[in-house]
Design a protein around this ligand. Sequence first.
Ligand SMILES: Cc1ncc(COP(=O)(O)O)c(C=O)c1O
Length: 377
Amino acid sequence: MSIYLDNAATSHPKPEGVVRAVTEALTEYNANPGRSGHPAALRAAREVLRTREGLARLLGARDALSVAFAFNCTDALNLAIKGSLCLGDHVIATRLEHNSVLRVLAELASRDRIALTLLDPRPDGFVDPEDVRSAITRRTSLIVCTHASNVTGAIQPVAAIGQVARQEGIRYLIDGAQALGGMPVDVEALHCDLYAFPGHKSLLGPQGTGGLFLRPGVVLCTLREGGTGSASDSMRQPPELPERYESGTLNLPGIAGLGAGVAHVSERLSQIMMHERELTSALLEGLSAIPGIMLYSPREEAARAGIVTFNVGDLPSSRAADLLAERGFAVRGGLHCAPGAHRFLGTLRRGAVRASVGHANTFEEIDRFVEAVRDLV
Ligand SMILES: Cc1ncc(COP(=O)(O)O)c(C=O)c1O
């Protein structure tokens, strides 16, 4: 496989423990968790709970049952947004959001179900919490913000926005797709009511995993009802967490793998964070020394996730990404499903090349990548 710098899309490689956990789930206790009472089903339920507990610890959540599993971050965001809104509500989000937020809100707005305000970031690429405050109306019932832009990597002032939301008594959802597992997250300090995350990016779990943290007391309308293995004599969806939001058979191999990913990350979060920061700095430094490279990511270390986005001369970004693929590097060109961020950067037509580092990348790989870009120029 080529040198992998597409970790913002999904992380690679997964730790050996993740592969082992998936295999074990499929071979040693491949039963339906929370349904039957035989030993394999009980072990399956225990492993699911273990993953939930690991996630809650990583999120700073007091109760493991406040984490509901989802199939990816998009799934969790759909539940958080659609489950929160009523006819006539007003929502504030930012133009930096991924389509997994923008399209959900645009769809509701296009059917006149909600009113929507999309805030531009300041020229430096960060949203101003005071702009959020100014946009609040009597009908505002939800504020949504990405924790870190998946295009520039800029970490948004999510705690300060949370303070505004808390002061105004408005529900607050953070899209943690580019944050959880790559930096410390504390849902208490962020003042968020809902925190959506994928399992397959920085948490190093398999694809098909993700989840949603719900602050105790936050109740969402369900998007899916069905069997939960509990209160089966009732026609109504049980109100208890997490079953309320987890109808149908869970993705046991995925959740077991995610549990191993969460354990791996939790044991070494600060090392991973430092390593990825240093790799990102090396990448930014290397690329900024090449004439003809346009860089879009923040220079300040503490202000960015492990993402470096750039363009090469006049090349369309997808062509540059293809040429880098031919040279053995996996990066992503185009719009990264975040058209608002590209509009802000002025790259809506050509997109940009995104190189995103992960726990297993080395400085040698970064040097080789920088040389390949220089060669391309
Ligand atoms: C900021 C952001 N939000 C949401 C998503 C959607 O994540 P998933 O692919 O797990 O649905 C992504 C995926 O890249 C993302 O970068």
